[in-house]
Design a protein around this ligand. Structure first.
Ligand SMILES: N[C@@H](CCC(=O)N[C@@H](CS)C(=O)NCC(=O)O)C(=O)O
Length: 243
């Protein structure tokens, strides 16, 4: 039986087949891990996104004409339709760990990546130069300003936007240290196999070592050797999403 027609709507990265969005990266890595064939549908503006998803967010997955927004909801659907190879552990404790890691990645780690790339002026300048400069005028001027306004609003809504940069950097560093400690005697984050937990955390971290972010951010990840080894393992299983 032939595979369903699958398309992934996402914000693209610097190169085709990549993305500048953590949640889109999560969907991308899940599709790759499951070995599914799919088409990339790059969207560039909130208006384009709203045509596909009234919630105004990407990623959105299309399977045989049906749309599934939200990285977690679309992973549920993928698992339901394509259970092999599994992305959810059998063991109940591992399932709980997986859920906690995925929620932490989506709601906490995601916002560190967003804040550190968009809020400090020097990071935003790099983003404009390295990412948005490829757009044609006037989009190259308008898009980053409009996107930054949205990002600020979202960061304030989550709470991180109210915290000073130094505090956020320290919190982020502490989070990496905890993650590194968790991985001291484990190959994967939840249970003993690759799962949605690994995808979710790796996709967000991928954004932090993305070519458009300041090198200092990549340096932040460098001292954590367990984390580095785990990252290599996960990217070998599901491919890199950022680039
Ligand atoms: N919880 C959602 C978050 C998706 C999300 O926030 N996507 C961003 C791109 S990284 C977006 O579409 N932002 C547009 C906006 O905030 O208006 C998921 O996991 O899919």
């Amino acid at each position: 039986m032939s595979q369903a027609e699958i398309a992934l709507y996402l914000y693209p990265g610097l190169t085709r087949d990549h993305t500048i969005s953590g949640p889109c990266g999560k969907a991308l890595m899940a599709l790759r891990y499951k070995g599914l064939k799919f088409r990339f549908k790059a969207l560039n503006t909130p208006a384009e996104v709203r045509k596909i998803n009234p919630r105004g967010r990407v990623p959105v997955l299309q399977i045989d004409g049906e749309f599934f927004p939200d990285s977690s909801e679309l992973l549920d659907e993928l698992e339901r339709r394509y259970p092999e190879p599994p992305l959810v552990p059998q063991d109940r404790v591992a399932q709980l760990e997986m859920k906690l890691w995925e929620d932490w990645a989506d709601e906490v780690l995601y916002f560190y990546a967003v804040y550190l790339r968009w809020i400090p002026d020097n990071a935003f300048t790099l983003l404009k130069e390295r990412f948005f400069s490829r757009l044609s005028w006037p989009m190259r001027v308008l898009a980053p300003a409009v996107a930054r306004r949205t990002v600020r609003k979202r960061a304030l809504g989550q709470g991180i936007g109210e915290r000073p940069e130094g505090v956020v950097r320290q919190e982020f560093q502490d989070a990496l240290a905890l993650l590194d400690g968790w991985l001291v005697d484990r190959d994967y984050l939840a249970g003993t196999h690759f799962s949605r937990a690994d995808l979710s955390v790796a996709a967000m971290l991928d954004q932090i070592v993305h070519p458009v972010v300041p090198p200092a951010l990549e340096d932040a990840v460098a001292p954590f050797l367990n984390l580095q080894a785990w990252r290599k393992r996960v990217l070998a299983d599901a491919g890199t999403a950022a680039g």
